[in-house]
Design a protein around this ligand. Structure first.
Ligand SMILES: CC(C)(COP(=O)(O)OP(=O)(O)OC[C@H]1O[C@@H](n2cnc3c(N)ncnc32)[C@H](O)[C@@H]1OP(=O)(O)O)[C@@H](O)C(=O)NCCC(=O)NCCS
Length: 217
């Protein structure tokens, strides 16, 4: 196997490498997710439970599809991840029927009144009542992913290499297209995705204000 082949570590330079994430990396996935969870910025001040963002957006991917879960590991430990699934509908079904009910057993439901929510109540509610939308416009892009790097390692080309690696792994599985959901206010991420070959999906049943970046594989 050559470096860069699926299953091998990728040397990113400067003492950093991309490697498959393991169960032992789950606390690090939670940490990175929290520190990038406010449209790319640190969400620590907003959340009263530091684990929940990661339990929604990062850890379940490593549980469901460890073959598509990678971390960027460096001299001081994990500083980023790229995660994905090849079949979004299968993932959403598993998350709804298995993952979220299990996590919800440990959390109080804050109730439906958003005006009363504080701190991480939004996340507790989302975990108790998970909801996924399946758009016709996304059918050609059945795979999806997430990428987050701590601020200290942004802008060094790691994101491009990590996302290329995930894309190659997902393409090798046979999926025909990949999408990433992006907060419309995360202008840095939108610029990044365009630079690395994704385009914004528009039209059809894409809701106004929702941003999906897509790529054919
Ligand atoms: C977005 C993110 C994944 C990009 O990774 P990165 O390692 O910083 O990006 P790279 O250094 O690999 O950049 C790749 C290309 O994108 C461009 N780019 C990256 N971030 C950019 C930004 N904020 N604004 C404009 N262009 C940007 C780079 O200039 C580069 O272009 P080039 O190769 O043509 O010169 C990373 O910055 C990050 O994790 N940010 C915080 C969390 C986040 O927003 N995640 C996405 C949630 S949807």
């Amino acid at each position: 196997m050559r470096e860069g082949d699926i299953g091998m570590d990728v040397d990113l330079g400067d003492g950093y490498r991309l490697r498959n994430a393991t169960e032992a990396d789950r606390p690090a996935l939670e940490m990175v997710c929290l520190k990038t969870g406010d449209s790319g910025k640190d969400a620590t001040a907003r959340e009263d439970d530091p684990r929940l963002l990661g339990l929604i957006y990062a850890v379940p991917y490593q549980v469901f599809a460890p073959e598509f879960a990678f971390v960027i590991d460096g001299p001081d430990g994990v500083v980023g991840y790229v995660l994905g699934v090849s079949d979004t509908e299968a993932y959403d079904k598993w998350a709804t029927e298995e993952w979220f009910p299990e996590v919800a057993r440990t959390l109080d439901d804050p109730g439906p009144d958003k005006a009363k929510w504080q701190g991480s109540d939004w996340a507790r509610r989302a975990i108790h009542y998970p909801s996924f939308t399946h758009l016709e416009a996304l059918r050609p892009y059945p795979a999806h992913g997430h990428i987050d790097l701590l601020e200290t390692v942004q802008g060094r080309g790691f994101g491009r290499k990590a996302l290329d690696h995930l894309t190659a792994a997902i393409a090798a599985s046979g999926a025909k297209g990949l999408h990433l959901a992006v907060s419309p206010t995360n202008t840095g991420a939108l610029a990044f995705y365009e630079r690395v070959g994704f385009r914004r999906l528009t039209g059809g049943d894409v809701p106004r204000g929702a941003v999906y970046m897509v790529k054919e594989l």
